[in-house]
Design a protein around this ligand. Sequence first.
Ligand SMILES: Nc1ncnc2c1ncn2[C@@H]1O[C@H](COP(=O)(O)OP(=O)(O)OP(=O)(O)O)[C@@H](O)[C@H]1O
Length: 563
Amino acid sequence: MAKRPNTIALRLVLGAVLGSLAQLSALGLLAVSAYLISRAWEQPPILYLMVAITSVRAFGIGRGVLRYAERLVSHDAAFRGLERLRVAVWRKLVRLAPAGLPVWRSGDLQARLVDDVDGTGDRWLRGTLPLAAAVITAAAAVVIQSAILPAAGAILALALLAAALAGPALASWSARYALRATAAERGDLTENVRACLHGREELVAAGTDAVALERALAGDERLRRAHARIAWSAGLGQAAGLLAMAAAVTGALWTGIPAVADGTLDGVLLACLALVPLAAFEPVLALPAAAQQTAAAKESGRRLVEITREPEPRPDPAEPMDFEPNPLGGPPFIEIKRLSVTWPGADRPAIEGFDLKIQPGERVAVMGPSGSGKSTLAAALMGFLPYEGSLRFGGVELAEYDGDDVRRTVGLCSQDAHVFDTTLAENLRLARTSATDDELVRALRWAGLRDWFDGLDLGLQTPLGEHGRAVSGGERGRIALARCLLADREVLVLDEFDAHLDAATAERVLRTAAAALEGKTAVIITHRPLPDGVVDRTVHLRPPVPAPRDAPLSALLDLAPRG
Ligand SMILES: Nc1ncnc2c1ncn2[C@@H]1O[C@H](COP(=O)(O)OP(=O)(O)OP(=O)(O)O)[C@@H](O)[C@H]1O
């Protein structure tokens, strides 16, 4: 297959070309204006000035138009790159869920997904493109200055080189700790603010709200100080650049005035000598900030690489099998034999030696004491976790399939399903964006929420509040169930949907949901026995027996058969 051209890279190169042309126009504008003013003072016939006048107009218009085009093209490229990067990070996070995410705190993750992705994307826009424009403009300015007076060209070259090296080095060196710290500090601050907001009731009840607030404010103060340090250092770098610019202008006059005096330089060009350095330094003065941006982007990039390098709990096979577990259509035959599942990082399995066969369309209740591995079984069925033993869909090991294919067939209503801070309709449509209002209402009826829904003044437009605060725990669980039923998967795993329901309501919900479950396989994880008719059978999960650790020899001897 022919390789598609990298359109983002092409756009960035075009942006760099346009940006450089804009800077060159600024340089031309200043140089020709200086010439025009000096030459006009000699009052020659106007025709002698026409080329210069037209050039000034062309450079003036060109500078604005080229700058505008450069902004359009380079920002377009940057936003495309950001989109691609953010989606890639998000996809990786989805693959790490549910086992990998606890490695990072949610506020830190949010900072990585939002700020670090932005920071990394800014590297090209605010780091590399200004550098390209500065190098090209500086080179052109040195050529022009040398053509007018070689000595002044040499001075300008030295001054530009000094500014281009010293300014960014000074700005990055004096802010090196602050630059490294800001990304992590931002993550901490987001996390602390989140903790204050989300845990406000608990913090106030425990009387520790002031302590939590103080911690957040201390983080805010550290971040403010880091930013002040970065701004101060950028100023220092710019000051070095301004000094070099002043030296270049002084050097130009210092070499130019004697040259005019001894007749080797036309006096009209003296103004050009003095003004060309001003235009040459304009992009160079932006380099300290560009260097800081690059350093900060590197740190952001490192934090993103930490996410992308995190091993996936259940990597997809290199060559996944075609997902067709039931050639006749409908749910697949599920066969579990001596299944062992261990969470990444755990030292012992959460499920060990579990056997189960589920016929297509069967409804099976899974019971077991807390911690016996019921939710772990749900995660394994969703293709989230690696396993040992056998877990087959239609005779093929689940590990042979692409995880996304599995999740298009298996739907999960998890016990801590998230309710988003938006309307009831939007929360339900997450499962199926094309669902009509009638289908949403039908899903609510299946989940036993018809009476509740009829009492809502705003109907489907009812806002559910942050984390579903505007609804009760039982309603929240059933909204999640309605969402799961609306998704219309062949296999449904309901993980304690009834956690906040009384026994009678839970049974009623399962009876109304039966219409949606018709012809589908359902694995219903629950703590309380469900009556016959609601489920076909009940299986029990037992927690794995922990292996005796460093059992003393005497204990082993005690277990050995005697005689
Ligand atoms: N995300 C996770 N990361 C690491 N270990 C986990 C994770 N989730 C569960 N475990 C571990 O797996 C074991 C089984 O937990 P699981 O949640 O599957 O039990 P459960 O039967 O669903 O419990 P409950 O009825 O209380 O919900 C526990 O020892 C738990 O610590």
